[in-house]
Design a protein around this ligand. Structure first.
Ligand SMILES: Nc1ncnc2c1ncn2[C@@H]1O[C@H](COP(=O)(O)OP(=O)(O)OP(=O)(O)O)[C@@H](O)[C@H]1O
Length: 242
């Protein structure tokens, strides 16, 4: 996936300023950045969910704007919570989403992998936060996509569920899937991601492996991704934002 010169403004607020990014096949790529910096805007733009200006966005070698329909089947996007019909059962909603695709993933397998099999007959409205999040990720995989795009997939989850999701994402990478993920979790970014880009004031200020970013940008006495992140994006609080 290659994104060239992508810009996005809301009115006169320029959120993304001519950003460029290249994802390698079969990697987990993390996008980090402070709250409100534009991570979701970036993901939703390349997915065609928001308008944008760009010199070029190529996904799986084809122009994303001209091949939107074809790409819909190749990219798995974690649906918004609102896509969940509260009065449907877990397995029903997975089977419904699966019916939209020509070659869907095996629903019972997804239920097992995301520990949803024991609650497959539960109504969506009765699910816990962790169960809902596992269902949303399972739904992003139901079309058997080549590229998976996840916006903060583990936000607000307990360590057990986070680890289950990390394990499953690692297995997907082993299967050759490319995964683009945003996160505020530095452990997740440094352990799971092959490479990371940090978005700050409209541009990616760094794009490299976690180890290189830590080595190049963190304090020598506090070697960590968090220290590198703070050094690259500032330790100040932003008036009206934080
Ligand atoms: N539809 C919209 N109209 C106007 N402004 C918007 C819109 N969507 C987002 N914004 C603004 O654009 C900026 C970037 O928002 P975005 O949600 O992309 O940030 P983010 O990095 O994903 O944030 P977070 O980490 O808090 O989820 C924010 O200032 C936000 O208020």
């Amino acid at each position: 996936m290659t994104v060239h010169g992508l810009s996005k403004s809301y009115g006169d607020h320029k959120v993304l300023d001519n950003v460029t990014l290249h994802l390698k096949h079969g990697e987990i790529f993390g996008i980090l950045g402070r709250n409100g910096v534009g991570k979701t805007t970036f993901l939703e733009s390349i997915m065609g969910l928001r308008s944008y200006e760009a010199t070029g966005v190529k996904i799986l070698g084809v122009d994303a704007r001209k091949n939107r329909k074809m790409l819909t089947n190749k990219i798995g996007v974690q649906p918004q919570e609102a896509a969940l019909m509260q009065r449907q059962k877990v397995y029903e909603i997975l089977e419904l989403f699966a019916s939209f695709y020509e070659e869907p993933t095996d629903v019972p397998r997804l239920l097992r992998e995301y520990n949803l099999d024991e609650i497959s007959t539960k109504y969506v409205k009765d699910l816990s936060v962790g169960q809902r999040q596992r269902l949303l990720i399972a739904l992003s995989l139901v079309g058997n996509p080549s590229i998976l795009v996840l916006d903060e997939p583990t936000a607000g989850l307990d360590p057990q569920i986070r680890w289950l999701i990390w394990d499953n994402l690692e297995k997907l990478r082993e299967d050759g899937k490319t995964i683009l993920v945003t996160t505020h979790n530095m452990e997740e970014a440094s352990q799971l991601c092959n490479r990371i880009a940090i978005l700050h004031e409209g541009v990616f200020v760094v794009c490299d492996t976690p180890d290189t970013i830590i080595y190049d940008h963190s304090d020598p006495i506090k070697r960590s991704l968090e220290s590198a992140f703070i050094n690259l994006t500032g330790s100040y609080l932003r008036r009206g934002v934080d």
